[in-house]
Ligand binder design. Sequence first.
Ligand SMILES: *Cc1c(COP(=O)(O)O)cnc(C)c1O
Length: 477
Amino acid sequence: MAGTHEGGALHSPGYGSVAIVPGWLRAPGDVNDLLPQLWAATVGRHRDGALRVGGVDVRELAAAHGTPAYVLDEADFRGRATAFRDAFSGAFADLCGGADVYYAAKTFLCTGVVRWLAEDGLNLDVASGGELATGLRGAMPAARMVLHGNNKSRAELRAALAAGVGRIVLDNLAEVDVVADLARELGTTAPVMIRVTVGVEAHTHSYIATAHEDQKFGLSLASGRAEAAAAAVLARPELRLLGFHSHIGSQIFDTAGFEVAARRLLGLTARVRREQGAELPEIDLGGGFGIAYTSEHDPLAPADLAGHLAAIVERECRAEGIECPRVSVEPGRAIAGPSTFTLYEVGATKDVELDGGARRRYVSVDGGMSDNIRTALYDADYSATIASRRSAAEPVLSRVVGKHCESGDVVVRDEFLPSDLGAGDLLAVPGTGAYCRSMASNYNHVPRPPVVAVRDGVARVLVRRETVEDLLALDVG
Ligand SMILES: *Cc1c(COP(=O)(O)O)cnc(C)c1O
């Protein structure tokens, strides 16, 4: 499994698995090579050795916008978004009630991205009042938004209903009456779905189907709570039940888990029809589609994913003898993740001896866990490459670390980087478009980096760099 170091095998993200033999390391052939599946579509190394993205040299980006910076390839982001849209509308064209793609806002959100999604025909999944407000500010029609959350406040629910969101996903029984009462107060009807814990938890290459669900989200299928919630919703005229929702995990590379989830959701849909007489027009299968952070990961293309899911849903509906409902999915990482790399400047370096005589070099960059918490939080794998020039120096096993007061402040655990990498060089870490800026913190009172979108030779700041003045502005004491 990715992220583990077993039996002396060291996982080197950019270059596959490298066995460590004491005193000897098998290093990659050329540390300047880019693995295309890890990078946004327009990234390449120019003849002069520096990386370019969207026709812009990273050295120019660093000079104009500083480091660290998240550099987002607009064509790549929009290309992945529209690939999902087209794959699902294609696969479900003559099937079920069609399909909708909701981009999961928590992955990375700003008004610029919302405008692209609105223009490109995608919908938006939000999970807080802040995400809802950003969606509205970016002119996403409220009817194309869904509100999620296991503990939505009344204020968030009221704002969503007042804006006219297309659906609210109910996460617990108490919420049924809260939303119905608010809808009555506002003189409206609330379209709702019910989040079901289907007993499938999928992560990367494996999934576990269990009978009971030990986690905070949703109403469980096995206990009958999901069915009871449907009855409670149907009893309230202020609510309109669209159907059931599930989200089974993240970084998923096959459709086995979705197959089990779809079967269980559709079984539930059929049961509610039989026993409660309600025809539910939709199901939502959530997100979680994986991306390549390393050479080990092999994601499904959106067209294959959509084709498999369409076949599964159709087959299960036939087996249950129900009309095939409209299907929605909620990709986040698979759209935003590969679109962005983080550009850092290298500072201090230090060499250490490992057991068995191998060496590791610590390469410190000018950011760290404040702009990418995923390595520390999830033991996530990333890769890195020298970005400002080409190097012919021998590769050395390196660990890219940040500037924070925490020894777990690691950005890239293992990577081969050229031995002459040093202060002032630029380093790029790909695959940081998802859950990096959105999870960024101000640890050590480090201001958060900007997000710079690049397209056709032009760089545009989507989110500006935070300043120390911004931080101090909150400090009113
Ligand atoms: C996080 C989340 C998603 C998106 O997950 P990805 O792994 O980024 O695709 C979709 N739906 C729900 C309900 C989520 O919580």
